[in-house]
Design a protein. Structure first.
Lengths: 162, 158
């Protein structure tokens, strides 16, 4: 089954119809989606700024990253669920929206980047935990992460304009 | 009526204002506005979670507040430049939107709360003798910024 066929089928499912035609479903999902972006994104950005040596230099890196991990994961899961439901409200619309696909690509890259940081530079965090400035390979990932986050907000907002 | 008086004084958008001339300017400035909000919320949430005793408990509150201050200011600066510029695209329309007026009200209250109550709760003196009302204050702070976000989303009918 092609993706187009899948989207056609999906848009006819009762869930998709009720999300599309209900009065409250879409706004409530959108509010939760944006709140989770602000909380999850805000914490991710502050973690990146710490690794880059630009914020909270006096706080160990592992504390900034470790103590907000549960919050970030919670936010991320809400972000994914609400995002999936928002996309399901009108699959045919999003299927043809180039900015939607660019957003998904950026999200994927941000996820891969976070994994690369976690399983790469972050493994040696004990050695540079309290240093105001992280090693260059850690800073590189943090810089890429920051850039991807800003790009994701731009692309995500642009979905509504295409 | 004070409001009617204010409305009369609000000018039309200037024809040469880029945001009124080109369609793409609004979404670009709005995206910067969302980035600024994310930064502001990120810093405020970290400080409030510390006040609530949930995160970064080994850090003295006053030191964390001092380290976050430049980023809270950066966020406020981004918001107070992009926000009024978005407003300049259609001032007459905005002042009549209830959600816009609510947002301005919440914003003023949130800023005053931050620079009075939160500032006192995060002052060096509070490190050795934590103030009893610091947790309710953190909850109020989170609630106020949430109201600013919700009213802001309502301006464009979500």
């Amino acid at each position: 089954m092609s993706l187009l066929r899948f989207c056609e089928w999906l848009s006819r499912t009762p869930l998709s119809v009720s999300l599309r035609e209900g009065t409250y479903e879409y706004p409530v999902l959108l509010i939760l989606h944006v709140i989770s972006i602000a909380v999850f994104g805000g914490m991710a950005v502050m973690g990146n700024l710490r690794v880059l040596g630009l914020a909270m230099r006096g706080v160990p890196v592992s504390q900034v990253i470790g103590q907000f991990r549960a919050w970030k994961w919670t936010g991320f899961v809400i972000l994914l669920i609400t995002g999936t439901l928002l996309a399901m409200s009108d699959p045919m619309e999003y299927y043809g929206n180039i900015m939607f696909w660019i957003s998904m690509l950026i999200l994927l890259l941000a996820g891969l980047n976070a994994m690369a940081f976690h399983f790469g530079a972050y493994r040696t965090v004990a050695a540079w935990d309290s240093a105001p400035l992280a090693p260059v390979n850690a800073r590189r990932w943090a810089g890429i992460s920051l850039f991807l986050w800003i790009a994701l907000i731009f692309a995500g907002r642009a979905i509504a304009f295409f | 009526m004070l409001l009617a008086h204010i409305l009369q004084g609000v000018p039309e958008a200037l024809p040469l204002n880029p945001i009124a001339r080109w369609e793409w300017v609004f979404p670009v400035v709005e995206a910067i506005h969302i980035c600024g909000f994310t930064l502001l919320v990120g810093t405020v949430v970290i400080l409030d979670l510390r006040l609530l005793g949930i995160s970064l408990r080994s850090q003295p509150v006053s030191r964390l507040a001092k380290e976050l201050a430049p980023w809270i200011w950066t966020g406020i600066l981004i918001q107070l430049t992009t926000g009024p510029y978005l407003f300049s695209g259609d001032p007459r329309e905005y002042v009549q939107i209830t959600a816009f007026r609510n947002k301005m009200l919440f914003l003023v209250v949130a800023l005053i709360f931050h620079f009075t109550v939160i500032r006192r709760a995060t002052a060096p003196a509070a490190d050795s003798a934590p103030l009893g009302w610091r947790k309710p204050a953190a909850v109020v702070s989170l609630g106020l910024w949430l109201c600013v976000l919700l009213a802001g989303m309502w301006i464009g009918n979500l």
